[in-house]
Design a protein around this ligand. Sequence first.
Ligand SMILES: Cc1ncc(COP(=O)(O)O)c(C=O)c1O
Length: 466
Amino acid sequence: MSGERGAAGQAVPPRAVDREDRTEPLGAAPWPATPDADSLAPAARPTALTRPGEPERRVQAGTSRSQNQAANRAATLAPTGRRPHTSAAAPLRPSGRQRTPPPPVRFDLTPGRPDLSAFPRSRWLAAYRAALQAVPHHALTYPDPGGVAELRAELAAYLGRVRAAHAEAGQVVIMNGVALGLSSAVRSLVASGRTTLAVEDPTSDRQLPMLAATGARIVRVPVDDGGLDVAALARTGASAVLVTPAHQYPTGVVLACERRAALVDWARATGALIIEDDYDAEFRYDCEPVGCLQGIAPGRTVLLGSVSKALAPGMRLGWAVAPPWMAADLRGHRELSDLGGPVLDQHAFARLLADGAYDRHLRAMRRRYRGRRDALVEALAAHVPDAVVRGISAGVHLYLELPPGTSETAVVEVAAESGVRVCGARGMWNREQGRPALVLGYAALTECGLREAARILAAAITRARS
Ligand SMILES: Cc1ncc(COP(=O)(O)O)c(C=O)c1O
C-alpha cells in the first residue's frame, strides 16, 4: 500500500504542519464557538477465512477467532439490521486487568464524523430562509420522490464540475445519504435476480449488516496497495461490486489507474454494475482528486454521495447518479417506502450549491482537515515511529498499522482507560488482517487535541505491548 505521501510501507517521517495551531484548545472544537468555516479559503477539481471470491462463511460456535471478527461475520450473514460489535472502546472482557468503568472520553478518535462545530449554520439558515420565502405554496405538497427538480439540476452540475461525473438531472435521485442509495440499489439488484454482490475486504463494518439485510449474497474481494483486486473480483461471478475508489474505506488507498480501467472493462464485459461509494471524495489534500468512475462508465455505474462528511451526517441528505433503469428503480423505491425527502431541505441545499456557499465551505474545511491530519500524522511519527500510516492524504480518517505483535484489542482498551477512544480495524476484515491497525477519525479534534491524543495513544500502545 502507499504510505503517507507515497512512501510505501515505510514508517511515517515527521514533517511540518502547514498551519501552526498551537493556540487551539485541547480536544474537540467547542460548540458553538467555532464560526462558520465559510470565510476561511478554490474548489478542487477532478483531474474469511475466505479466499477471494468465496462467499462469506458462517461462523461456527466456539470459533477461536476474536469476538469482533466473529460478530462482524455473523452480521454479514444475519439480516438483523443491527450494528456489528466493533472494537471502538469495546467493553473489557473479564481479563482481570480492569473492572471499573472507563474514565470519561477526553479525545474521541473513532471514525465517521466531520467537525460538527463547523457546520455552516448561518449559511444554512440564509439558504433555508431564502427557500422558505421563494417556494410557492403548491411546492410544499408531496415532492417528486426522486427529489426536487432544482436540487437534482444543481447536483448534476456540481458533480460534473467537481467529480467529473456524467450526470443529467434525470439520472440524479435524492437519497437519505449513501446508506439509502446503497441499500436501495442492492435491493433492486436482488429483486431482479442479480444476487451476488462483491464487497471490498476490508470494508465499512457499518455497511455490512445493511448489505446483509438486503438478502444479497456477499463475497469479499481483497484490497491491496492499488485498491480492489480486480482480477480476484472477476473470479467471483458477482453481478455487482461495491467500491470506494477515490479513498478506500478503511485503508485509505486509491484505486490504481490500470485497475480503474480493468474494473470498467469487467463491468462492460459481464454486464455487472459498479456501485461507487464516493463518501469523502471532497477531501483530498495532496493533489487534485481523481474523477469518479461514473464519469467514464455512466451506463454501468451508480455513484453514491452525501453531505455527511461535508456538512453533517444528521442532515441525512445524499444522492445517487444512476443509469436510467436504476434511477427509475431508486425513485420507485422512494415512492414505495417514504414518498421522498423533505422538500425545504432540498431547496435550501440547492441554494447552497447554486450560490457557491457549499464550495466555500468545502475549501475552508479542506484547509482545516489537512492541518489536523498533518498534526496527527506528525505526532504519531514522533511518538510511535514503528507504526505506519497507510493511504493517501485525504478524507477525515486515517489507517494506522500498529507495530507488529501489538494486540489491537489491548490498545483499544488501554487507550479507553486513558480517555482516548479509538476503533480497531479487525471488525472490518474478513480474511486475515495482516498487521493490527486502528482507524482514526481526526476531523472533530483540534490540532492541539490531536497531538495530545497521539501522545496518550502512544503510551497506551507501549502499555499494551508490555
Ligand atoms: C464507507 C462509507 N460510506 C458512506 C458513508 C456515509 O454514509 P451516509 O451518507 O449514509 O451518512 C460513510 C460514513 O461514515 C462511510 O464510512
